[in-house]
Structure formats: C-alpha cells, structure tokens
Design a binder for this molecule. Structure first.
Ligand code: HPA
Length: 251
C-alpha cells in the first residue's frame, strides 16, 4: 500500500465486527454528516503502526439490516476523517466451486441487484456538480493487489478476482436466484457491497473489498444448513481478515 499519513478507512462487516487489534482508539460517536449519522461510532487509532479509522457497517450490536445502512453517511464520515483509501470487509456466500467456505476473496467486479437504496451523493445540492463516475473497474487495483499479495504471503490462498453479486437481503437468496447469478457470471454473493463501492468512487476514495466466504450460496450446499455453515466459518474468517489487515497496512 502507498505509504501515507492519512488514516486508512476500514469498514467492518459481519466478518469483522470489531477491530480488537486497534491501538489507543479514540471513539467519536457524535458524527453527523449532511447525509445523516454513520452506522456507529468512528474509532480512530493505529493498526500495525498505521493510522486507521474503523466503522462498523451494521452498527453496534449488528442491528442495521443491509438495506437500512446509511452508506452515504459512512463513506462521507470516513472521507471527512481524512481517509483516502478504504478497505471494506464483507462476509459472502460462495457461488462457484472454488469459492469454498473460509476462502478470502479479493473481487474485481460487481453486479448490483440491490434496489431502493440511497445510492448516490448526486441527489441534491449537497452532492455538488453532477459527475457520472467511471465505474468500469469498481475496485481500486493497487489496493486490491496489496491485499491479494499480503494474503498470499500469509498462506491464505486468496481467490484473486471474481464478480461480487450484491443482493438486497436481508433474506438469503432462492436457489433459482443463485442459478441466475451464476449465469450472469457472479462468483460470490453478499448484501452490502453496493452502493458502498460506488459512493466511495463518487467521494474520490480508493476502495477495495476483502471478502470471506462464510457459506455456500443457496442451492449449492448439498442440503447443509446455511446458518450452521456460517457459524462454523465466521470465527476463523474474522481471524484471517484481522491478520491480513495487520500484514497489509505497513506495506
Ligand atoms: N447470500 C447473501 N449474502 C451473504 C451470504 C449469502 O449466501 N452469505 C453471507 N452474506
């Protein structure tokens, strides 16, 4: 990663509910942006010697459903805190065979199936002069490469590249929906990747996703219960992601 004194924004999801390694964190729970309040407090501290700003996407206690998250406020709060780069952590379902439970994935593309979410800063005067952002490559290549390299060095065997299909949730998908997503070319499925990635681009932030597969997607599990698989995988996934963050930040 590019050495900079700007804090690195980290958005923690189901796969990283809090950041135990964050040193001497200053908690700001009074932040209100022109788009409202972020999901929860912003924790500013250091991770592996680098300044970091951490926000829990689903808020304290994991209470906010994917369609209720104020993605605009989260991104704006990180930008206002001085972040120029954001690493977004996500728990996802695996659609293709190689996306097995426990695998770290650094996706390089998105298909957005979510709807009805406040998905742009260009909504009223607060957004400034309208810009149709170029979203051909939704994730920042350098940040994604750094994550992939560190994950490989740690022996985590990451899947590098892949299409992240983003559904509305909070329910899981039907088997037919997953079949359709597979035909569309999706490799993994999650509920929170959009509009977050597009808002980060609108805000001028370099944004990459670090996903961990916590279950086989609906209809792909051979009858195994999805929730049991998520439970069994999540703790190791969180530990791997935390190790990866510590490894990638100083680079
Ligand atoms: N579908 C959508 N989102 C998810 C899944 C899934 O199977 N697993 C974790 N997040």
């Amino acid at each position: 990663m590019t050495a900079t004194n700007a804090p690195i924004g980290i958005i923690g999801g189901t796969a990283l509910a809090d950041l135990a390694e964050l040193e001497s964190a200053e908690i700001r729970d009074d932040i209100v942006t022109p788009w409202g309040a972020p999901s929860g407090p912003l924790a500013r501290g250091h991770l592996a010697g680098r300044p970091v700003c951490f926000v829990m996407r689903h808020g304290p206690g994991h209470k906010l459903a994917p369609h209720r998250i104020n993605y605009r406020a989260n991104i704006r709060a990180l930008a206002d805190a001085g972040c120029r780069q954001v690493i977004a952590i996500a728990a996802v379902g695996g659609i293709t065979d190689v996306m097995r439970a426990g695998r770290i994935v650094i996706p390089d593309q998105i298909i957005d199936y979510s709807w009805g979410r406040a998905h742009s800063f260009y909504d009223d005067a607060e957004g400034g002069l309208l810009d149709h952002i170029d979203f051909t490559t939704p994730y920042d290549a350098r940040l994604s490469d750094a994550l992939a390299r560190s994950a490989t060095e740690l022996g985590l065997d990451p899947a590098v590249g892949g299409v992240h299909g983003v559904t509305q949730g909070p329910r899981l998908e039907t088997a037919a929906e997953i079949d359709r997503m597979a035909r569309d070319g999706c490799d993994i499925v999650g509920m929170t990747g959009m509009p977050e990635a597009a808002l980060a681009r609108e805000a001028g932030l370099d944004y990459a996703c670090c996903a961990v597969v916590v279950n086989k997607a609906a209809g792909r599990s051979g009858g195994a219960a999805i929730h049991a698989e998520i439970e069994a995988t999540l703790a190791q996934g969180m530990a791997d992601i935390e190790r990866l963050l510590v490894a990638v930040l100083p680079a």
